[in-house]
Design a protein. Structure first.
Length: 536
């Protein structure tokens, strides 16, 4: 197969404070015409640096050696005019988080028009027609009505479809997709992968797909390159690599999936939290008098019960009401209906009454980097709750921080460091330690593993299991990753557009789902067969 992109002996180093650090070492890979190639590896392995090197999108501090041939043309050291013609026209990118890649101040029409006008010279109605055509192609419903929308007015899946439309605008031969499905729900992820498969066939493109999710790789790729520490440690056809991985690191990645089941709920376990027919509607108010003209029905009728040592997994697509339900249980937003916590009805308690209970209900968020203050040390972050709720009599705050850091697998000697000095998995351990130092009875885990590499996910799941067993914790576990939900949850609640469509023991939900929606979720999460036609 003739290579469209041929990278040879690529080495990338970054200069900082007079020193150089190697990010990529002697990487060689190729992408053939009409081929889908995946680069897989954990965060920091050099995947994205390799991709960005192809068209010189790295910062000025980068020093690049080696060769990047595109259709036989050398791009390393090429002049800006040559690179500008290749970018967008010949090679296009789709990035992981469309909300940060799209300009929040510009409409969808303006952002798509910018690239089309620059590269194709179209103007006026011709541009508008091309934009509508692109949006239709990527599956945006009623595209003409979406032209004036801003990124925040679209769902995560719609934003990613807009990013794909922008990448396709000028008919590229090579599409580089950098973790394009990581932040999406399983059903949306499946839709985006199917869309990329269809577009690749229709447009006769090649695809370089970067990911840490081997389930996605198995589903879409013709060939795979495995990266670790800036180097390629193994490569080969997808089926062959999965059937017979040669390198120890590849075998570790393939085996890195949360396994096992949670420990049984202790006998005679005390009920920690219960809701009955909980409803959360947000009023829509109009006019000078702020009259209520309707409601956003976030949650319609949710009843649940969680005992000590038990985990309730809450699953569903974005916007289904999962996080809203959890926030209402913690009395952080208003709701209607009984909320019983530790045997007491708290639904009508005022802030002063709730304050003593706050220490016993804690939350861990999805993005550990965004939820930790970059200006505070680890010690200050973990001990913050002690400053609010008080230090137990006879205890030293620093000793408590040391104890909880050891318990969650962190070195207490690092307590004076800042969040940016830690990996993603370590930052999530810090967030867990911040919640656990108050010895809560209920912990809400809001997508705590979705931003992490697969091997780190396994570590965090095992940590959460250990903490639950040791302290008889009740968990509300919110996630779109059904593999993690199955490994951690005793019961599962499935939500869709504010409704609880199904709930029950985990085994029952996973093995004998009763509703079409739940079956669709399971199919999207666990159907790892290649897209029809053998790869994308």
């Amino acid at each position: 197969m003739k290579p469209l992109l041929d990278i040879r002996d690529l080495t990338v180093a970054f200069r900082q404070d007079g020193a150089e650090s190697l990010a990529v070492r002697d990487v060689s890979l190729s992408v053939g015409e009409g081929e889908t190639v995946a680069i897989v590896g954990e965060s920091g392995s050099g995947k994205s640096v390799t991709a960005l090197s192809t068209v010189s999108l790295l910062p000025e501090s980068a020093r690049v050696k080696g060769s990047v041939l595109y259709k036989g043309r050398e791009l390393v050291g090429a002049d800006e005019k040559t690179l500008r013609n290749v970018r967008g026209n010949d090679i296009s990118f789709i990035f992981q988080e469309p909300m940060t890649s799209l300009n929040p101040l510009h409409t969808i029409e303006k952002q798509l028009a910018e690239s089309i006008e620059l590269h194709q010279g179209l103007r006026g109605e011709a541009v508008r027609g091309r934009i509508i055509e692109l949006l239709e192609k990527v599956g945006i419903h009623e595209p003409a009505r979406r032209l004036g929308a801003y990124p925040h007015q679209l769902s995560g899946g719609q934003r990613q479809r807009v990013m794909i439309a922008m990448a396709l605008a000028n008919g590229p031969d090579l599409l580089i997709a950098d973790e394009p499905t990581t932040a999406l729900d399983v059903t949306i992820q499946a839709q985006i992968l199917e869309l990329l498969a269809d577009l690749k066939r229709q447009e006769n493109m090649s695809l370089l797909f970067i990911t840490h999710d081997l389930a996605v790789v198995r589903r879409i790729a013709d060939r795979v390159y495995v990266m670790k520490g800036g180097e390629i440690v193994e490569n080969g056809p997808t089926a062959e690599l999965f059937a017979n991985p040669r390198h120890e690191y590849t075998r570790m990645l393939i085996g890195a999936e949360p396994k096992g089941r949670p420990d049984p709920v202790p006998e005679n376990a005390r009920e920690i939290v219960r809701t009955e027919h909980l409803r959360i509607w947000f009023p829509i108010q109009r006019g000078l008098l702020k009259r209520t003209v309707g409601h956003i029905k976030a949650v319609n009728d949710a009843s649940l019960s969680v005992c000590e040592g038990e985990t309730l997994g809450i699953v569903g697509e974005s916007g289904s009401g999962k996080t809203t339900l959890a926030l209402a249980i913690m009395r952080l937003i208003r709701s209607e209906g009984p909320i019983v916590f530790m045997g007491e009805h708290i639904e009508k308690w005022q802030a002063r009454d709730l304050r003593p209970q706050r220490a016993r209900m804690q939350i861990v968020f999805q993005d550990p980097y965004g939820s930790l203050s970059p200006r505070m040390t680890v010690e200050e972050i973990i001990s913050e709750g002690l400053g609010v709720h008080g230090v137990p009599e006879g205890r030293d705050p620093r000793e408590m921080v040391e104890e909880i850091m050891e318990e969650v697998g962190l070195d207490p000697a690092s307590m004076h460091r800042y969040p940016h000095e830690f990996s993603g998995g370590q930052r999530q351990r810090i967030a867990i330690a911040r919640a656990m130092i108050l010895r809560p009875r209920l912990v809400v885990l809001d997508e705590p593993t979705s931003a992490l590499d697969m091997t780190v996910q396994v570590q965090i799941v095992n940590l959460l299991r250990d903490l639950q067993k040791r302290h008889r914790l009740a968990y509300l576990f919110i996630s779109h990753d059904l593999r993690v939900v199955r490994a951690l949850s005793h019961k599962v609640m499935v939500m869709k557009r504010g409704d609880v469509v199904e709930s029950g023991p985990t085994q029952q939900i996973f093995e004998a789902p009763k509703t079409a929606y739940t079956r669709a979720l399971m199919a999207a999460a666990f159907d790892l067969r290649a897209v029809e036609g053998g790869g994308v």
